[in-house]
Design a binder for this molecule. Structure first.
Ligand code: ZN
Length: 467
């Protein structure tokens, strides 16, 4: 008989309730949850005082991505290892079709990067950097291959940006297939004008990044996207929502009948634009916070927290896109437009949301687990295999000790980056154990199994009944 493991006496967190119980793991799945008595010779792990959470699902990463003349500091090996340490057991990265390529080629390249290198299970979204008849024809094959979510950018002109006619046709085809598309919502044409203006004035320090990408450009792109979508009524979502104005536009579109799923990120909940310093500042450290969209204002953070708690925002990904300060961010020392855009965050997602969400009273533990795992599993076609503690589900389990207090320093993290934007943050609660399909890979907060046994996940079509 196959050996079982008993996780004894923790708080089982489900979307609507929490109760004290034990969990029995058999092989790769959860066999039972309840008041369980240890079997003869069964391995028992005492979990008293800890939460049992479904393994985190990270919806937004850029691992081993070539961008702005360099490549992200984290590849699939280091990025997924950091995710594992932080209680994330599934990651969905953006495979990218670059100009002139097929999506099949993009997927093939991402498999070359990821296969055999991941410490957790992984899947891909398919980012399309342009639109044409060939890509339209290819979408069906991509979906049938288990990649059921696409991405399009409304920013980055001449590189990835698509416009309304293209968005319309892509949504139409995605809708026909039952798939979904995530949109990067910023007005790329206006960004280019604003960047040109600042450059003409000799404004080249990191401070000016945020001025070239104001909140209105996110709001405007969302309004435009929703006007197009109102004609199609396709499944879609807004990635990395960063502003109160954007959220208000989403709520207005919902009142008109648009169904919109929304993702935000820890950086937009916890960091603000003061990190960019002042115009006269020549402290280049602020380059660590150069990302797109940029950090916003405190009132935006509050609106996003409220949106998460109220069900207006459905899940949290990190947009993990790490570049070292030394040697990479420094490429833009004399010109903020040459600073690689992005920051690390994959490891701290659960910790940050627990501390500032649950421990600060902004949401309960059930909502926390819903926005870090369950909703993403449903929307990205992994439920109920992932995203829930249930008999028969994969034994992707986090044992979370809510009583540990600790302070973030980048050398404590497994991310392959020489800084963290959350340096010095005081956190409450810590991931103690992590099981990936039944394998006890993190114990007492340490990675004890280094195997790159993460499996590629073919995903089902999205479920839209999440809030
Ligand atoms: Zn991104």
């Amino acid at each position: 008989m196959e050996q079982t493991v008993l996780l004894k006496g923790g708080y089982v967190v489900l979307p609507e309730e929490t109760f004290t119980a034990s969990i029995r793991i058999k092989g790769e799945v959860i066999e039972a949850i309840g008041d369980l008595v240890p079997l003869v010779d069964e391995k028992v792990i005492d979990c008293e005082g800890c939460y049992f959470l479904p393994g985190g699902i990270e919806t937004h990463t850029h691992l081993q991505l070539e961008s702005m003349g360099t490549v992200t500091a984290d590849d699939f090996a280091t990025g997924t290892r950091a995710a594992l340490a932080g209680g994330t057991t599934t990651v969905i990265d953006f495979a990218t079709q670059f100009h002139g390529e097929t999506m099949a080629r993009g997927l093939e390249r991402w498999h070359e990067k990821a296969d055999g290198n991941c410490a957790i299970d992984y899947g891909f979204h398919m980012a399309m950097t342009e639109w044409n008849e060939h890509l339209k024809e290819e979408m069906g094959d991509v979906v049938r291959g288990g990649v059921t979510s696409f991405k399009m950018y409304m920013a980055y002109r001449n590189n990835m940006m698509v416009q309304e006619d293209e968005i319309y046709e892509a949504l139409e085809e995605s809708h026909r297939l039952g798939a979904t598309i995530g949109f990067h919502c910023e007005n790329g044409l206006l960004i280019d004008v604003l960047v040109r203006r600042e450059r003409e004035l000799g404004h080249l320090s990191p401070f000016y990044h945020q001025l070239t990408r104001p909140a209105e450009l996110e709001e405007e792109a969302i309004v435009r996207l929703e006007a197009v979508n109102h004609l199609v009524h396709a499944n879609h979502h807004v990635v990395h929502l960063s502003t109160a104005k954007g959220l208000a536009a989403i709520k207005r579109a919902r009142e008109r009948g648009n169904k919109i799923i929304v993702e935000t990120c820890p950086q937009y909940l916890l960091l603000d634009g003061s990190r960019y310093g002042t115009p006269s500042d020549d402290n280049f450290e602020s380059a660590k916070f150069i990302m797109s969209p940029p950090l916003r204002e405190r009132r935006d953070q509050e609106a996003l927290w409220q949106g998460l708690a109220a069900g207006d925002i459905q899940f949290v990904g990190t947009d993990h896109c790490s570049f070292n300060f030394k040697g990479q961010k420094e490429m833009g020392k004399d010109d903020f437009t040459k600073i690689p855009n992005g920051a690390p965050g994959i490891e701290l997602r659960l910790h940050l949301l627990y501390t500032f969400g649950v421990a600060r009273g902004r949401m309960d533990i059930n909502r926390f687990s819903t926005i870090t795992s369950t909703n993403a599993a449903k929307y990205f076609g992994l439920f109920p295999r992932k995203g829930i503690l249930m008999n028969g589900s994969d034994a992707d389990i986090v044992v979370f000790d809510p009583n540990v207090e600790w302070t973030v320093t980048s050398d404590l993290l497994h991310e392959n980056c020489d800084y963290t934007p959350y340096e010095g943050f005081d956190l409450k609660g810590k991931v103690r154990d992590v099981f990936l399909r039944g394998r006890h890979k993190v114990a007492s907060g340490k990675i004890v199994i280094e195997d790159v046994d993460g499996q590629y996940l073919r995903r089902d079509l999205p479920a839209m009944d999440i809030r």
